[in-house]
Structures are given as structure tokens and as C-alpha cells.
Design a protein around this ligand. Structure first.
Ligand code: WTA
Length: 649
């Protein structure tokens, strides 16, 4: 486990990275630690086009977040689209900004910076005519078409706050988000496409908005041309209002701390929370990290194959790359359609130099054998990134040796919706890597491992991962519920931001993220709460109680294991399992599914009625011998039944 991969061979000169070597990294890290304000103000001034340059760095600290929310560059003013679009018109007008690959291989569009600027202006004008004003929330429920990014940027142009909802979420989930953020406008498309199938986006929106009075307008982009219902007075076709709108739009000047977007994400308890990212700090951080982690160069063809519905798509398909004037890919399809060679086909056809995906995709493709990779030329590749979950060393080595032919830097990037951008990661090609380790913190990121509530671990060891110092990309609050933000992240370890992850640190100071230590599941890199599953399951009449935990899954990273206590007159059956999964799909979305059901006589509870989740976890993980002390249970016989009936894939 201590093998150290040196800096790879395929490095050409001419990197504009501010961190070209390891001493420069050490120096930048020390500077950001000693003088965070000075460090980040200079990064912000350099990378962002301001209307008023900031003179203030950080205001607030992790002790007083409740009374005074964190603020970066508080006196700065900007519109983020001037950094992402207008500034490039001078030098990159004809450079491809968005390289769109449609579901159908080889189909797609190249959109230059000049074209993107024009489309964003037109869309901003159209949205304004529909009544969208600064500060208002707009829900975007779309697939991976360029118009999704255009819609995000058009909102930003107006100073409106977008909230992108991943196109797999159910009507119920869309409705919850519309209500929570008080959106008056929804942007969607007739249908999405993915892996040769269509996804009925507009009809999900219709269902979500049934009886909702708050939404005045739904803007609909026509993609597949399917027959869909249009509600008179409410629904407006994109092609009726956008192409004819004016080609220029004077951007709304925003404060650095005005919200840029809300992104809902799952936590340990209750409904997903709307994390709020703001304008100046987020843009500074995504631009900087995109440059230094991937060693971005002017002629790179950069492909992050995530979905804009997640934070990875926001930060590393849209905002970071466009701020840096990069050519960024939007990929509508899936890695296994029409076959498992799709990614490498993209690499060959477009000459992709930087490729960024998730461990779950790497594992699935590795399982298909090398021939799909070897069929395509991959000599253009220089940097290979992963994100979303711990990558097992075998998958890492396959990515490095087979996909990258040993010539590329693998950057295992650890971060979260909350961090806004990459926080612990190798910098390509600077940081020597180890398979399975996210390696070292970026400048401005100060990791601390907690052994117990008030004991910080020094040196090598394993603990709970906290960050000790704020960075500009940090989420500022939970929309409409600042106390929940503080309670979730800043109370477990007062004075620290608690990530919810566990991590090991080795003798070289390298971090090895071990996964969530709370009740958040990470299924194929998708973040979901056990509480969301449980509430969907108990909504079925036959169910009295449900306990949901994760278990190790060879392809998905984690699978979902549900313990079900039925009402006394009910019996388990395969049909009932289908009904239960239908309820999960309706409450959360198509990407949510229970893999294993176990019907049990009761859940293991303490005498005070608290479910002992540790027992549920250990049995699901196939380690019933490691249950530990069960003497505090109200009815220890429940455990015998659970152990005896344990399920396996
Ligand atoms: C996990 C995704 C190990 C982690 C950007 C984190 C990772 C959660 C890695 C955030 C990684 C992300 N190694 N674990 N490189 N990257 N995670 O909010 O558990 O969807 O807390 O953000 O994914 O998921 P989220």
C-alpha cells in the first residue's frame, strides 16, 4: 500500500499552472495557511473579472457561524458570467466552449465562446420577459443538453438563483424542491435521452406542479420532439421566446456574497437540504482548483462526464472550466451505451486530454475487460480524474495502467457539495500519487482528524475528517434554515467544519478517505440519505417500520439494505418488494433502489427506543460476529432473528 507513483512522463512544457512543482505547492500551501486573506484575495483578483475588486477576505469563523455567516470578498461586486463568457470574447471568441456529445454516438454540437455568450444573453432576455428578477429562484430540471448550462448561466446573468434538479429525480422530489426554494419559474425539456432511452422530463414537471400555485411559468426546450402537454398561460416553448430575444444583455451586478445557486443534497436526517453557494468565492475557488488540479492548458480538450444535476457538473463542467476559458464537454449518454467503449471512443474522436469520471464507472468498465479500451487511441490523455467515492486500488491501477498506459497522472479528488470544489487531491503532474489515496490538501484546506469529540489526532492514524479553516468555495448556509446548516456541520466538533467522512492519514501525510461515518449512503457516487429511504418505505401501508443501511457492493461501492417490519397481518413476497421499490422510486427517483430486503420481526432498539444502527450495519456488511455489546437492547432475541435471516447478493 505504500507504493508511490512518481510524476508521470507525459508532461509537456508550457503549463500556465501557478503550481508547477512540489516546492511551489509547499510554498502556496504555507502562504494560504499563514495569510488566507492575502492568498485568496490575490487569487480572486487574478482569476475573476470584478465590477468592484474586493478588499476584504474572510469575515466570520467556525465558532460564530450561527450569528454571522461566513463571508468571502464581502465588498466585491461582479457578475460571474463576465468571467465565464465576456472576458473570453477578446481572445477566445471562436474557441469551442462547449463540446456536446449527444446520446447517439458522433452526434452533437460545438458551441464557441461567442455563440455561448449570445445564447446566454438571449435566454437571459427571454427569462427576464417571463418575469425572472435578481434573487428569484429558478428550478432547472433537464438532461445533459447544452441548454441546461445555458439556462444556468442565463440565471446567473440576471442574478437569479438557479437550482438544478438532477433529471432522474421523481415528481415528488421536484415538488419538494420547488416548494422549499419558492421557485416561480421552472425550466425543463420535452424529454431527455440516456443510453438509447427517453426520459419524460416535462411530464414529471407537470405531475410535480399539480396543484402548485407558486410556479407561474415553465420554459420548455424541445429536444426529442415528443408529443407533450402544454398548459396554456403557464408553459412556454424555448424556441418561441429565446431565438428571437436580443443578442446582448447587460449583466446584473451582484454582491460577492449574493447567492449564485442552491443545490439540494442528502444528509443524515430528514429531507435534502438546499446548500447555498455564493458568487465571488465559489467562482474564485472553482476556477483556481480546476486550473491547479488538472494542470489546465490553453489547448486542452477537457471532459468531465458527470451530470450538471450534481455539484461536479456545476463546478467542473460549467463554472470552473468556463471561467478558465477551457473547452468543456457535455456528455448526454452513459459509459456503456452502445457498448463499454463509449468513453474511449470519445477520447479518440475528440482528442480528450483531461478526463474526469467516477470510480463506479471505472469499476463497471474494468469488469468488461480491456478490449473496449484497447480498441481506441488514447495517446491524447494526460490527466485522469476520479470523484464521488473512495476508489479501490485495483480500479485505480486499471485506470492508470490500462486507460492511461502508465503515462497519465491519476487525480483522486476528494470533495463535497458543501466544499464547492476539490479539497484534497493530487495536483497534476506535481504530486506523487498512491493508488487509493486522495493524497494532500489543496492550499487553503486544513484537514484535521478527530479521534474523539475533543481529541485531535496528530501524525498517522484514522479519525473523522474535519476542516479547520474556511476556504472561498465553502457553502454558506442551508436555504431558509441557517440553524440547520450550523447544527449539521459546526456543532459535532465546535470550531471545525465536520465533513461526515472518515479518513486515514499515513506517514507521508497522505489522506485515505474511508467513506461516510454518518447515515449518508453513497450509491454509485450518488449521495442519498437512509432517512429518505426509510420514509419512502414506511409510506407503504403494509410496512410498520423500516431501517436502511449501506453494505459493500462490488460495482456500486455501496448497495442499499432495508430491514422491514411488516404490519401484523402482512406477509413478505417478491411482489411486495417490488411495491416497496416503486415507493422508493416515487419518493426519490429512478436512481434510488433497495438491493436487498430482509423482513424482520422487529428492529434492534435500546430500552429508550433508539434503533441500534450499528447492528443493522454489521449484519448487512456480513459481519454478524462483530456486533459488539447488545446487552442494552430492549429485546436481544430480535438480533438472533436478524442474524439468522441475513441476506446476501
Ligand atoms: C464522497 C461529490 C472518497 C465522500 C463531489 C463525500 C469521496 C461525498 C471522494 C460527497 C473521493 C467524494 N474519495 N470519497 N475522491 N469524492 N467522496 O456531495 O463521502 O455528492 O463526503 O459531492 O462523496 O458527495 P457529493
Amino acid at each position: 500500500m505504500t507504493e508511490l507513483y512518481p510524476v508521470p512522463g507525459r508532461v509537456s512544457s508550457g503549463s500556465p499552472s501557478p503550481i508547477p512543482d512540489l516546492p511551489a505547492y509547499r510554498e502556496a500551501y504555507a502562504r494560504a495557511l499563514d495569510d488566507p486573506d492575502g492568498f485568496w484575495l490575490s487569487v480572486a483578483r487574478e482569476r475573476v473579472r470584478w465590477r468592484r475588486e474586493p478588499t476584504e477576505g474572510l469575515a466570520g469563523d467556525f465558532h460564530s457561524v450561527l450569528e454571522s455567516p461566513l463571508s468571502w470578498f464581502g465588498d466585491g461586486q461582479l457578475n460571474v458570467t463576465e468571467t465565464c463568457l465576456d472576458q473570453h470574447l477578446e481572445t477566445r471568441a471562436d474557441k469551442t466552449a462547449i463540446l456536446w456529445e449527444a446520446d447517439q454516438p458522433g452526434q452533437g454540437r460545438h458551441i464557441t465562446y461567442a455563440e455561448l455568450h449570445r445564447e446566454v444573453c438571449r435566454t437571459a432576455n427571454a427569462l427576464h420577459a417571463l418575469g425572472v428578477e435578481k434573487g428569484e429562484r429558478v428550478i432547472i430540471y433537464m438532461g445533459m443538453v447544452p441548454e441546461a448550462a445555458i439556462a444556468m448561466l442565463a440565471c446567473a446573468r440576471l442574478g437569479a438563483v438557479h437550482s438544478v434538479v438532477f433529471g432522474g429525480f421523481s415528481a415528488e422530489a421536484v415538488r419538494d424542491r420547488v416548494r422549499d426554494c419558492g421557485a416561480q419559474v421552472v425550466i425543463t425539456q420535452d424529454e431527455g435521452r440516456r443510453g438509447g432511452r427517453t426520459i419524460p422530463l416535462k411530464s414529471v414537471v407537470d405531475q410535480a406542479l399539480e396543484g402548485e400555485r407558486g410556479v407561474h411559468k415553465v420554459l420548455v426546450f424541445r429536444h426529442t420532439g415528443a408529443e407533450i402537454a402544454m398548459a396554456p398561460g403557464r408553459d412556454v416553448w424555448w424556441h418561441d421566446v429565446v431565438p428571437g430575444a436580443g443578442d446582448s444583455h447587460e449583466p446584473t451586478v451582484c454582491g460577492a456574497e449574493d447567492p449564485l445557486f442552491i443545490l439540494y443534497t442528502s444528509g443524515s436526517t430528514g429531507k435534502p437540504k438546499g446548500l447555498v453557494h455564493t458568487q465571488g468565492g465559489y467562482l474564485t475557488y472553482t476556477s483556481y482548483t480546476h486550473q491547479v488540479v488538472f494542470d489546465l492548458r490553453e489547448d486542452d480538450v477537457y471532459a468531465c462526464v458527470a451530470d450538471v444535476g450534481w455539484i461536479t457538473g456545476h463546478s467542473y463542467i460549467v463554472y470552473g472550466p468556463l471561467a478558465n476559458g477551457a473547452t468543456t464537454m457535455m456528455f448526454e449518454s452513459v459509459p456503456t451505451w452502445p457498448d463499454a467503449g463509449r468513453y474511449w471512443d470519445l477520447v479518440e474522436r475528440y482528442g480528450i486530454t483531461i478526463f474526469y469520471t467516477a470510480p463506479t464507472a471505472i469499476r463497471a468498465l474494468a469488469a468488461q475487460g480491456d478490449r473496449f479500451v484497447l480498441a481506441y487511441a488514447r495517446s491524447s490523455l494526460r490527466v485522469l480524474g476520479t470523484v464521488g467515492e473512495p476508489i479501490n486500488p485495483d480500479a485505480w491501477r486499471w485506470y492508470h495502467d490500462v486507460v492511461g498506459e502508465g503515462h497519465c497522472t491519476v487525480v483522486d479528488t476528494w470533495w463535497q457539495t458543501e466544499t464547492g470544489g476539490i479539497a484534497i487531491s493530487p495536483l497534476a503532474p506535481v504530486t506523487p500519487t498512491k493508488p487509493g489515496s486522495a493524497t494532500l490538501p489543496l492550499p487553503g484546506i486544513v484537514p484535521v482528524l478527530m479521534e474523539s469529540e475533543d481529541r485531535i489526532l496528530r501524525g498517522p492514524g484514522e479519525g473523522r475528517l474535519c476542516l479547520a479553516q474556511s476556504w472561498p468555495g465553502q457553502a454558506r448556509t442551508v436555504w431558509g434554515d441557517h440553524p440547520r446548516f450550523v447544527a449539521t456541520y459546526f456543532t459535532t466538533y465546535p470550531g471545525y467544519y465536520f465533513t461526515g467522512d472518515g479518513s486515514r492519514r499515513d506517514r507521508d501525510g497522505y489522506y485515505w478517505i474511508t467513506g461516510r461515518v454518518d447515515d449518508v449512503l453513497n450509491i454509485s457516487g450518488h449521495r442519498m440519505g437512509t432517512a429518505e429511504f426509510e420514509s419512502a418505505l414506511v409510506s407503504v401501508d403494509a410496512v410498520a417500520e423500516a431501517g436502511v443501511v449501506g453494505f459493500p457492493h462490488a460495482l456500486k461501492g455501496q448497495g442499499v439494505y432495508a430491514y422491514i417490519v411488516l404490519q401484523h397481518d402482512q406477509v413478505a413476497s417478491p411482489e411486495l418488494e417490488q411495491t416497496l421499490n416503486a415507493a422508493v422510486r416515487a419518493a426519490i427517483g429512478a436512481h434510488a433502489k433497495v438491493d436487498l430486503f430482509q423482513f424482520v420481526p422487529g428492529l434492534p432498539k435500546t430500552r429508550s427506543g433508539k434503533v441500534m444502527r450499528r447492528i443493522l450495519r454489521k449484519v448487512a456488511e456480513g459481519q454478524p460476529e462483530a456486533l459488539g455489546d447488545v446487552s442494552t437492547l430492549a429485546d436481544p432475541s430480535v438480533v438472533d432473528a436478524i442474524v439468522a435471516g441475513a441476506r446476501k447478493l
